[in-house]
Write a new protein. Structure first.
Length: 273
């Protein structure tokens, strides 16, 4: 494949060089491996700060850098969002209880490239409604990824996610979105998880961005708590999220953050038992 000449589109979206995918795969693989390795810690009685401390040790042991420590004053190597927390949950003394569901979001920097991914976990036994929410959210992400190829639009991605989620009688959070990344943490475009087909910027080979739908069992509205980070559902309904970092290729896309151990979906526990 001919090498791209890095440039910005009229929408301010960077088109990366062909060789840049290698850096994204290295960063994405580390972030995914950390989330694989931390999975065995998730159990009733464990605190979210203990999980975060383990993640920080893993980042340091790999010779990488946490992208979140020091970012806008944030002081943790992960965001851990439990039950009705939509995103940006701050690790702390909270003790996980049986049946809790949680999203862990990790971003690392490897050789200047950012690897950003999140996935769901279950502490102990999972209720039927929580299990269904997790499954729908996972499948919504994958439907968004399936919509990615040159010539399609970001509106096509959002439409694929929104129509699937709403058909399951759940709601897509609209207050937060995916984002471009590469050698920066956040960049254009904003990747909305709802939308109309054929709208927004056109996808081009060489674009790197995250898709990270947040899905609520109840209504889509959120609010941010007084800590200026933690976002929760206004109606206290359960929320779930999955996130991959991807790159647009000539005929589709590549996922930079695939789980090396097949642990992206929490049902790996069932198959392993």
């Amino acid at each position: 494949m001919d090498e791209f000449k890095g440039r910005l589109t009229k929408d301010g979206i960077r088109i990366h060089n062909a060789g840049d995918s290698a850096g994204m795969f290295r960063a994405g693989a580390l972030a995914a491996r950390i989330l694989d390795d931390v999975a065995d810690m998730i159990a009733p009685g464990v605190t979210t700060e203990a999980i975060d401390a383990a993640i920080q040790r893993m980042v340091e042991a790999a010779g990488a850098t946490s992208a979140t420590i020091g970012y806008r004053g944030y002081q943790h190597a992960s965001c851990i969002s439990v039950n009705h927390v939509v995103c940006h949950g701050i690790p702390g003394a909270k003790v996980l209880k049986d049946g809790d569901i949680l999203n862990i979001d990790v971003t690392v920097i490897v050789d200047g490239w950012f690897g950003d991914t999140s996935r769901m976990y279950v502490a102990g036994n999972v209720s039927r409604r929580s299990e269904r929410l997790i499954q729908v959210t996972h499948d919504a992400l994958m439907k968004g990824i399936e919509a990615v190829r040159p010539g399609k639009t970001f509106g096509d991605i959002g439409h694929a996610i929104q129509t699937y989620v709403e058909a399951q009688r759940m709601s897509v959070v609209r207050d937060f979105c995916g984002h471009g990344l590469g050698q920066v943490f956040h960049a254009p475009p904003n990747v909305l998880h709802y939308g109309r087909p054929g709208t927004a910027a056109v996808l081009e080979e060489g674009m790197f961005f995250t898709i990270e739908p947040m899905v609520n069992l109840g209504r889509p509205e959120t609010k941010v708590l007084a800590d200026d980070w933690t976002a929760v559902t206004r109606d206290k309904s359960l929320s779930a999220q999955f996130e991959h970092s991807i790159g647009v290729t000539a005929d589709g896309c590549e996922i930079f953050t695939l789980s090396p151990g097949g642990r992206f979906h929490p049902t790996w526990r069932k198959s392993a038992s």
